[in-house]
Each structure stands twice: as structure tokens, then as C-alpha cells.
Design a protein around this ligand. Structure first.
Ligand code: PLP
Length: 412
């Protein structure tokens, strides 16, 4: 059956999430398929950040830590994320960056398995996670080592010396989705703990950390959660580890009594010990506005739409762009993908630049990956039609040959 613009309009008409599009600031004439890298701006975020600046910071000054409960923001916002990732509200806190949270969680996991010396990860992991693990092993004096294997070899590499299995659920390049339940169980069967990075999961589809028995998790605030550039990240620690988990960065916000100003560190009970310094209130305010847009979203609907957007994109590329040389780099089955679809092409970088010039924003990941992310809250089925139509024009006109599209910017 041929897909037409009318097919896409009908899919939009039947979409229960279609209304949430209006909650975002999206420039006219732009199809935004990069919410997996930087989520769009929620209209509420603008208003709320302005209110926190003028009403709270501007008028109530330092009293705001108490009267506007700024001090409670990391836990309050963490609890809102908990629902999206299948955690208890008391298991998630918002703090720092994803990179730093990897460091904190990894250290805590290693301390819980002192007799084991291997951090196991795969080569689909995001580099910053691997770098943080490398830095941590150096700091520990080379007592531990990071072992990186291809995704298909994780199960066989799970030996008795593995302390923690550290994986990102969705491969940032291909969108390949790991089986969190099976891999967490495999780790536990060998006595290892699990640390999951949900950077490309949280807000794109429901995650079930508790159901999978996951031990630790981290994730990004600025991707599908729409928290704004450099938004604070989150960290999850399963309740059973919270009493014994050793957070390596002793900051006063993780102290049992920060305003007692004791000279000695004493960790707070619960997830709050994973806080380090003073919460960034303006960034947290924007993140909370983004999260509130999920409040009445049924998470199953999020997953269904995410899969359907990707399926439509793949089907349309097949229908409209046969013979273009674009090779699907993502799993064809929606159940095996996150919320993105990627293609390989040797001219991937200039093709993406030419497409962006036509108002369709995706991104490029070296060496040859064109990435298209589908944020279910604001991407429509008609957007997918528009994106593929523009991609077709770029390929047909060989627009990527133009010199201006071949110059690499600092951020790809
Ligand atoms: C985006 C991303 C990060 C980013 O970490 P920052 O500390 O926020 O820069 C980390 N891990 C994964 C898997 C990511 O996709």
C-alpha cells in the first residue's frame, strides 16, 4: 500500500498525544528530529524560569530556599522522573551531569562488590560513560579494569570477576535497544550489579527499572525530558542499596546535616547522599516544566507512537528513496529500537547539513551515521512525511556536493 500525505494526516488525527505538540515552542517551517540530542523548549519553561527569576530570586532572594522549597527541588523532580523509569519516588534524585552520575554510581557499585575487579561494558556505549569508568579505574590505582566487548558477547563475558555491568540501554548511533531485564538477570546470576544509562530512554518510552531489578541507573535531563541545554541529570539507586552505597564525592548537600557544618562528612540516609553541591535552580525550573508535560501522558501511548513514527520513517524511505544509497543502521522492528532511526551513507555529514538547510533537523554521528530522533510528545506523522520529502530532494539534487555543506562545525 502506498503511503501518502493523507495517510499521515489520518495517523495524526488518531494520535492521542497530538495535543501535546502545542505545549512546545517549535519554529514554523522546521521539522525537529533531534529531540534525542536536545529536546525542544516547553512554553511553560520560559514562563516558569522568568517567574523564578523575577518573583523568587528577584523578590524573595535567599528566603526562596525555604519559602519556595528550592532545597526540595532535586528530590521533588527526581520523583517525577521516577514514574517514567519504573522507580519509586524515593529512588531518584536530580543532580550534576550524566557523566558525573556515572562516576558516582559506578564507584558505589564497585564498593558493593569489593572482591571483584572488572567493569564490563560494550562498544555501543556512549564514550563519556567509558571515559568516566577509565578515569575511575586510574583513580583507584589500577586495581580495577574496564572490559569493553561487542554487544553480542556481553553474556559470555559475564564472568565471576565482573563487579558491575555498565550499559546504555539505547545505542546512541543505531538506536538498538538492549534487553534490560535479561541482561540485568544475567549479571545478577553471576553475582554482578547493573548500571544502566537511560539517556536515550527516559521520556521516549517507559522503562521498568524496578521490574528488571536494576541496581543503579543514570540519565539525561536535556534529551527526551526537554529540560534545556545542559539540564541537570538524574541518578537512580535501588532502595536495597541506599543504606550501603558509597558515594565518592563528599559534598555538603549529601551530608546528613548540611547546616550543622560539621567538619566531618557523614552521608545522609537514602538517595539524597548522591547529591553533591547546591542545586542549579534556574536549570531545575526548566527541567521541571519539561517533566510536567508528561504528567498525564499514558506511557504505553508514548511507546506506541515512538515505534509508529520510526516504522513510518523506515517505510517512507523505502518507498521514496530506493536506490539512494542510504542503508538502514537501526533495527527494523520497533520493539528492538529506541526512539530513533539511523542510516549510514559515506556522505552522511554533508547530506545532513543539506537537509538542515531545508528545515529538517537531525544530526550526524561519525563516521557515517545520519540520526533521526522522534520525540513522541511533539513530532507528528506529517512531520515524518515532510522530512522524507526533503531528504528525497537533497538526494535527487545531490545538494550534499555543495562546499558549504562539507565544512565540519565543532558540534555535529
Ligand atoms: C547524551 C549522553 C550522555 C551525556 O552526558 P553529559 O554528562 O550530559 O554530557 C551520557 N551518556 C549517554 C549514553 C548519552 O547519550
Amino acid at each position: 500500500m502506498t503511503i501518502t500525505p493523507q495517510t499521515c494526516r489520518e495517523m495524526d488525527a488518531a494520535d492521542p498525544l497530538a495535543r501535546s505538540h502545542d505545549a512546545f515552542v517549535l519554529p514554523a517551517g522546521i521539522v525537529y528530529l533531534d529531540g534525542n540530542s536536545l529536546g525542544a523548549l516547553p512554553k511553560q519553561a520560559e514562563e516558569r524560569v522568568r517567574a523564578v527569576m523575577t518573583q523568587q530570586w528577584g523578590k524573595d532572594l535567599i528566603k526562596s530556599w525555604n519559602v519556595h522549597d528550592w532545597i526540595g527541588a532535586p528530590a521533588r523532580i527526581g520523583a517525577k522522573i521516577a514514574r517514567l523509569i519504573g522507580a519509586k519516588p524515593s529512588e531518584v534524585v536530580v543532580a550534576d551531569s550524566t557523566s558525573l552520575n556515572v562516576f558516582k554510581a559506578l564507584h558505589a557499585a564497585l564498593c558493593l562488590r569489593p572482591e571483584r575487579r572488572v567493569i564490563l561494558s560494550d562498544d555501543g556505549n556512549f564514550p563519556t560513560d567509558l571515559y568516566m569508568a577509565q578515569g575511575l579505574t586510574e583513580l583507584l590505582g589500577a586495581t580495577h579494569r574496564l572490559k569493553i566487548v561487542p554487544p553480542g558477547e556481553i553474556a559470555s563475558a559475564l564472568t565471576e570477576d565482573v563487579a558491575v555491568l555498565m550499559l546504555t540501554e539505547v545505542d546512541y548511533r543505531t538506536g538498538r535497544l538492549h534487553d534490560m531485564a535479561a541482561l540485568t538477570k544475567a549479571a545478577h546470576d553471576k553475582g554482578a550489579l547493573s548500571l544502566w544509562d537511560l539517556a536515550h530512554s527516559a521520556g521516549a518510552f517507559p522503562v521498568d527499572l524496578n521490574g528488571c531489578g536494576a541496581d543503579f541507573a543514570v540519565g539525561c535531563g536535556y534529551k527526551y525530558l526537554n529540560g534545556g541545554p545542559g539540564a541537570p541529570a538524574f541518578i537512580y539507586v535501588a532502595e536495597r542499596w541506599q543504606g550501603s552505597a558509597e558515594q565518592p564525592l563528599f559534598g555538603w548537600m549529601g551530608h546528613d546535616a548540611p547546616f550543622a557544618f560539621d567538619l566531618d562528612y557523614r552521608p545522609r540516609p537514602g538517595i539524597a547522599r548522591f547529591l553533591v553541591g547546591t542545586p542549579p535552580m534556574l536549570s531545575l525550573t526548566a527541567l521541571e516544566a519539561g517533566l510536567d508535560l508528561f504528567a498525564d501522558v499514558e506511557l504505553g501511548a508514548l511507546r506506541r507512537k515512538s515505534g509508529a513514527l520510526g516504522d513510518l520513517f523506515i517505510a517512507l524511505v523505502e518507498q521514496e528513496l530506493a536506490g539512494s544509497g542510504l542503508a538502514l543502521a537501526s533495527p527494523r522492528q520497533a520493539a528492538e529500537r529506541g526512539s530513533q532511526v539511523s542510516y549510514r551513507h559515506p556522505e552522511g555529514y554533508p547530506i545532513m547539513q543539506a537537509l538542515i538547510a531545508r528545515g529538517v533537523i537531525g544530526d550526524f554521528r561519525a563516521p557515517d551515521i545520519l540520526r533521526f530522533g522522534f520525540a513522541p510528545l511533539y513530532v507528528s506523522f506529517t512531520d515524518i512525511w515532510g522530512a522524507v520529502a526533503q531528504l528525497k530532494a537533497v538526494m535527487a539534487g545531490q545538494e550534499w556536493q555543495k562546499p558549504e555543506f562539507r565544512r565540519r562545525a565543532a558540534v555535529t
